[in-house]
Design a binder for this molecule. Structure first.
Ligand code: T4K
Length: 401
């Protein structure tokens, strides 16, 4: 884009951050209850190390998901790292490249090679038909990612893992309170991992959790979260400091109490976007399967340049001039970021669908901070851009398609 984009401000947004509509604005539950809990923990003078709020948070998650064990952590990345180490993964582990960089880094951090698999065109999650070709004698596991809250093909992943004697874990960072064939996410594979980062619809400022139905595995994770201490003076594993603190747990519990409200706001936002974006050529809103429960925490559109007449990146930049800060998750792709792009410079050749998604996906603002009028504005601008695409191309000196 050569022309100054500000020339193109269509509805003339103001640049102040507080007026920006952005992806990831946190949901805040009942403030009064949160403050009460913070006062309680201060009075108790128990701030971290498996405190009462952490235990309550874990208990509530077990109950909600119908899972035996929940071990809350300081964030989702550490939860992944602990689960990977406790599962004994080594050598190579197969993951989709189309995921947040934390999935790959949590392996590489432990000198395990992430082997990138392509994603499916329909589901956007790991393409199960391409996994077996990536298995080598060094492969020890697969990590499926339930992207945007839509579960990956769990049944097929389970079959492949069993057939090749691989450990199966899930990065369920986006899929809290979602279901797969009627069963809550959290109950699949050896373990599943959640993120409760501020930008997730259920948040504990920073936070995460490993959930599992395997007693032995749960016990190992619990110890590894606390340096590997089995008793006051006895360490039996290499552990880390992965503990969730009490103030985070207080926020987590408060957040959980508003879960139904957050999901219904997200769903209403999704439906509003669906209605307002309907019939815009080249804009495809990600669909959810009605049979499963979704949390609708991301509004994901795919921009098809040939039909929209502008690229996803053009749309992203133009929206920015209107103070709408959409996100190009997970551009440019794990395999195109360091150290992976140096290790596997030609990885993209095996990831044709991923490469396409990386050029097409755009996440739009949602959550409790986004109101109907905001969605109407965003969609009105997108429709205007679509209706005036050739004029905009010309004005921005974008070569003809
Ligand atoms: N696996 C998957 C599949 C994941 O998506 C993630 C995290 C993980 C694993 C690892 O879990 P954690 O270790 O993070 O628990 C954000 C989040 O930081 C990250 O948690 C999330 N996925 C990822 C998809 O999004 P960035 O780099 O986009 O963050 P940032 O700082 O640009 O914030 C995003 C937007 O949110 C901005 O527009 C501003 C807004 N925001 C952010 C914060 C922190 C707020 O309005 N208020 C806030 O307090 O990664």
């Amino acid at each position: 884009m050569k022309t100054n984009l500000s020339d193109l401000a269509i509805f003339g947004g103001t640049p102040a951050f507080e007026n920006t509509l952005h992806v990831g604005s946190p949901n805040i539950g009942d403030r009064k209850l949160l403050m009460k809990r913070i006062n309680d923990l201060l009075d108790r003078k128990w701030l971290t190390n498996d405190g009462l709020f952490v235990q309550e948070f874990e208990h509530r998650i077990c109950k909600l998901l119908g899972v035996k064990h929940c071990i809350a952590t300081c964030n989702g990345t550490i939860a992944l790292e602990i689960a990977i180490r406790a599962a004994g993964l080594t050598g190579e582990v197969i993951i989709p490249s189309f995921t947040f960089i934390a999935t790959a880094h949590s392996l590489q951090w432990q000198e395990i090679t992430p082997v990138f698999c392509d994603s499916s065109k329909e589901q956007l999650t790991i393409d199960v038909s391409k996994i077996e070709a990536l298995i080598t004698p060094r492969t020890t596991g697969i990590i499926g990612v339930h992207l945007w809250g839509r579960p990956c093909n769990i049944d097929v992943l389970k079959d492949i893992a069993e057939k090749h004697k691989l450990k199966l874990l899930f990065d369920a960072s986006h899929a809290f309170s979602c279901t797969y064939k009627g069963k809550m996410i959290g109950n699949f594979g050896l373990a599943e991992v959640f993120s409760f980062h501020a930008t997730k619809f259920i948040n504990s400022f920073e936070g995460g959790a490993v959930v599992t139905n395997n007693d032995e595995f749960a016990e190992k994770i619990r110890l590894m979260r606390n340096f590997g201490f089995a008793d006051y003076d006895d360490v039996i594993y290499i552990g880390t400091n992965g503990k969730m603190n009490e103030i985070s747990a207080a926020m987590g519990i408060t957040s959980l109490e508003s879960l139904d409200n957050f999901v219904s706001v997200n769903k209403a936002n999704y439906q509003k976007y669906k209605k307002e974006l309907m019939n815009i050529p080249g804009i495809k809103l990600l669909q959810y399967n009605n049979k499963d429960k979704a949390n609708y925490q991301f509004i994901v559109v795919l921009v098809e340049e040939e039909m929209f007449q502008l690229s996803r990146d053009d749309l992203y930049h133009i929206l920015k001039t209107e103070n709408i800060f959409a996100r190009r998750y997970f551009y440019p792709g794990c395999h195109k970021m360091e150290p992976y792009r140096s290790y596997f410079p030609h990885a993209g050749l095996l990831l044709p669908q991923t490469e396409k998604l990386l050029e097409q996906v755009l996440c739009l603002p949602t959550g409790t901070a986004i109101h109907e009028k905001n969605i109407l504005k965003i969609c009105k601008i997108i429709r205007y851009i679509a209706n005036n695409a050739s004029f905009i191309r010309e004005k921005l000196s974008i070569p003809k398609l």
